[in-house]
Design a binder for this molecule. Sequence first.
Ligand code: F0G
Length: 454
Amino acid sequence: MLPPYRIKVVEPIPFLSAEERRHALAGAGYNPFNLRAEQITIDLLSDSGTGATSVAQEAVAALGDESYAGARSWFRFVAEVQDLTGYPHILPVHQGRAGERILFTNLLKPGQICISNTHFDTTHANVHLAGAEPRDLPCAEAADLDSVDPFKGNIDLDALERVLNGPDGERVGLVLITVTNNGLGAQPVSMANLEAVRDLCRRHRVPFYLDAARFAENAWLVSRREPGYRTWSPRQIARRAFELADGCVVSLKKDGLSAVGGFIGLRDPDLHARCEANLIATEGFSTYGGLAGHDLERLAQGLREVVDPAYLRARAAATSRLAQMINDEGVDLIQPPGIHALYLNAGRLLPHLAAHQFPGHALGCQLYLDGGIRCAELGSLYLGRLDDQHRLVSPAPFELVRLAIPRRVYSDEHFQYVAAILADIAKDPERVPGYRIVSSPPLLRHFKVRLEPV
Ligand code: F0G
């Protein structure tokens, strides 16, 4: 599958010796978040803000209008977002989590519940910070990592209905569906699931919002996997998804094809007025929201490019090829492969490590030590419960490692390199040591935790 672009500007990548990598990781407290970019050969930590921009994006960026209020670039951006989403009220933010904070503090009341297919980590934290309780209700199929069910990102509709009809029903202040489900394998959510959520929320008078960071990738997978949408364009599918919800919060660092950006989309004018006041006080005036004019221009252009079927087809195919290479080396990952990331089943690859030795983290560290590859653990280090001595008291359901794929950045040769490093680990997994926590912050542990091998 040919990517519909060629490379025009390149950036060198560093190659360190094994000794230098050992030293770098020890200095980072065995936490890849603490590594410096110049210590990394292939960076699969995140697909957020890490993509390549296009010549068209850089050309319009030069036209960026940096006026404090009412900039031309704002009007171009807002017209694009309104056309894509259909929401009358758009508030710009510098990134997704700023939108989450503003939306949740104005929509949720302390003591309320926010229900999701899966809250992303900052989303989870921002629901908490608003005084509400985040509750995940992923569909049952999501628990079977090997199942190739096409829509494992769906919310469990029966469970949602039970909560809405039950004693906690009155406390549900928001249903938030994450497309695609980043916390659970980059799995898409079907349009049928979104329609059913819309119906339930209407009946119970609960607001229904999308966390739509990967709206275009979800739309692509719907067009491939859901009967009834095969003739729809990704843009039409995305538009329909936004139409089903009452509003959205979107990080544009993913499908905005830019380094920064986000927005809140709303129908409710009163909520818009409250959020706007908060935005002006904390992010910036409502025609820039913490973004420069040149960012707004890149984003407006990026939102056109990201729904191009040729782009989405090539991106999905590239991820699938990497998944196939990894499978061929005998390493399992969450099936079926999504688009923005692959999730390695570290628990299965490293059975000699117990959950309290953090097998996902151990695999992530080994990928760095052996190949300078950076990625993120999604297992007991991220999701497990610890006691005061940082001992694991309740493990995560799965021990995973996420290989996030930046957009338009790496080629098949880079992916072959990743697969080869993994293959070496898979040949002799017992050489991978476990890890122990040395120090840990109370909130969003995985970002700042320090560890050591045991
Ligand atoms: N929602 C989802 C589903 C996300 O994946 C992210 C970020 C956010 C919200 C927050 O957006 O970073 O712009 O503030 N995900 C990145 C990742 C960081 O690596 O998955 P943000």
